[in-house]
Design a protein around this ligand. Structure first.
Ligand SMILES: *Cc1c(COP(=O)(O)O)cnc(C)c1O
Length: 386
């Protein structure tokens, strides 16, 4: 029997290869590899898709966060509130501009910021809130925007895992002041290399991002600010433009896969399923369950979740752990003074999460194998008292 991979990008290429290959050859023959019409056209299409007036492309999701923070002139002395349960780039870029990340614990069902605890983290130094729509699931933006506006804070949405997700009928990346996107190959809209974008309805922010990503130049060879070089190239823009036309269908397929996991896994008592909010439309970048245990973040590896994952691997079923160590306990953030116990929900999630195979082409048989494999692992472990 074939193995079930956690993700298989080759199947997507097989589906669109006939569209992509000639388009890439055209770019190669055109001689325009950086900038030019392909990049401008994708920026326009992506702005239309998200529902904003401005889109500035860049080299990565990481750069989109960095450029946004710089454009908003957030820096030393400023605090930015974000989640401790995310990919490190979110907090890393807050630090990169000289500001301080301030973490707030997450909600155990959605893995997103616990908005009930948000207000208590706001100080006179807070400039912005950076919610992360983790695993494709939108944060409750109605509630978050209300808190932000009552404290005059900027909202920067980290949409790296949530291209196409909606809150209350609006696409994420169009609700806060700025949206930051990644086109890393494993994201819902992925390039065949690196890429990223900033979306906003504020032309001044867009102009500042564009200036900063071009060495601080809005007029060529006249640098107004200390910028960087961050480009989306013409080949990636061409691929993204083609893939964007398929994105809604792919996200629909991910929702169908998630619904089926939900149905098949809900009878198992030792598994907690990811929760969704009624106004949210998730795009399921990951389908992440929790294997409930008494393990602590300080417990030695392998913990219960790791053992299940290893057993699944033996059966040929791939899975991933996003994320084993919350950011407040990362060595790089030691100086912030957080301890084990500072954010108990994020820490428990770190011990218990397991992301199951999730991609639009995952078929029913593969999904059955994942579910039965998981059931077998859990039964075996119970029997041997592991
Ligand atoms: C992927 C990711 C990023 C960074 O994007 P890159 O394109 O890899 O630089 C930032 N934030 C989150 C939540 C991500 O998942």
């Amino acid at each position: 029997m074939n193995n079930v991979p956690p993700l298989d990008l080759s199947q997507q290429y097989a589906l669109i290869g006939e569209e992509v290959s000639p388009a890439i050859l055209k770019v190669l023959a055109s001689g325009r590899y950086i900038g030019g019409p392909a990049v401008a056209s994708f920026e326009q299409s992506f702005a239309n898709y998200i529902g904003v007036s401005q889109c500035v492309s860049c080299n990565s999701g990481t750069d989109s966060l960095y450029l946004t923070l710089r454009a908003l002139q957030i820096g030393p002395g400023d605090e930015v509130i974000t989640s401790p349960f995310t990919f490190v780039a979110t907090a890393e870029m807050i630090s990169a501009v000289g500001a301080t990340p301030v973490f707030v614990d997450i909600d155990p069902g959605t893995f997103n910021l616990d908005l009930a605890q948000l207000a208590s983290a706001i100080t006179h130094k807070t400039r912005a809130i950076m919610p992360v729509h983790l695993f494709g699931q939108p944060v409750n933006m109605t509630q978050l925007m209300a808190i932000a506006s009552s404290h005059n804070l900027v909202v920067i949405e980290d949409c790296a895992q949530s291209t196409g997700a909606e809150w209350d009928g609006q696409k994420v990346g169009s609700i806060g002041h700025v949206g930051c996107f990644s086109f890393f190959p494993t994201k819902n809209l992925g390039a065949c290399g690196d890429g990223g974008a900033v979306t906003t309805n504020d032309p001044a922010i867009a102009a500042a991002v564009r200036m900063l990503k071009e060495h601080g130049q809005s007029t060529r060879y006249l640098s107004e600010a200390r910028g960087i070089n961050s480009r989306l190239d013409a080949m990636q823009a061409t691929i993204l433009e083609i893939k964007l036309r398929h994105l809604d269908a792919w996200n629909d397929r991910r929702r169908a896969v998630a619904d089926r996991y939900h149905e098949l896994l809900s009878p198992i008592p030792s598994i907690a399923l990811p929760q969704t909010l009624p106004s949210g439309k998730s795009v399921w970048n990951q389908y992440t369950i929790r294997l409930k245990s008494q393990d602590k973040i300080t417990s030695p590896a392998p913990n219960f979740r790791d053992s299940v994952r290893n057993k699944l691997q033996e059966k040929g079923i791939g899975s991933m752990v996003y994320y084993p160590f919350p950011l407040h306990l990362q060595p790089v953030y030691k100086s912030l003074g957080y301890q084990p116990g500072s954010f108990p929900v994020a820490e428990q999630a770190g011990c218990e999460v397991l992301s199951l195979p999730m991609f639009p082409e995952l078929d029913g048989d593969q999904q059955d194998r994942v579910v039965y494999g998981l059931k077998d692992c859990l039964t075996e472990m119970q029997k041997f008292g592991e």
